[in-house]
Write a protein that binds this ligand. Structure first.
Ligand SMILES: [Fe+2]
Length: 145
């Protein structure tokens, strides 16, 4: 079994391999902290088209294009119900924090929102031309149960 690799070295190796096939490389940086996502974005700036973070369910507002031409967004956010706690019904989660007792975490349904980003990439260079953060609520999901 291969030992756990430093993700920065692993990313560098994977990018070098992918560059043999394409100039357009899109990295989904699935991680917890903003610092590690920003560090990976800066590390890969100029080598990939985009580094977009995922995992926290909470969209960040730091979309930008780094000097080397890599589009970046720390977290794309969750596509799902925003009247919730990370997609689950609010009250059982609060009760869990208050009582430490197991609760049934039902899936929430209100204010369903598409979150993400649209990145425009120059096909000949692989560099990002534009990044636009997307956050659009599904019509009629305000009161749906
Ligand atoms: Fe995750």
């Amino acid at each position: 079994m291969k030992p756990i690799e430093n993700p920065f070295f692993a990313a560098e190796e994977a990018v070098e391999e992918l560059q043999k096939q394409t100039k357009i490389i899109f990295v989904d940086m699935h991680a917890e902290t903003t610092s590690e996502k920003i560090a990976m974005g800066r590390f890969l700036d100029g080598k990939v088209s985009a580094v977009i973070g995922t995992h926290t369910h909470v969209q960040t507002a730091d979309e930008q294009i780094f000097p080397g031409g890599t589009a970046f967004l720390c977290d794309a956010g969750c596509t799902g119900p925003q009247e919730s706690i990370l997609g689950r019904e609010i009250e059982p989660i609060i009760q869990r924090f208050l009582t430490h007792q197991p609760q049934r975490f039902g899936v929430a349904s209100k204010r369903v929102t598409l979150n993400g980003a649209v990145v425009e990439i120059d096909e000949s260079s692989g560099k990002a031309l534009h990044i636009e953060r997307v956050s659009e609520m599904l019509p009629d999901s305000q009161t749906e149960e």
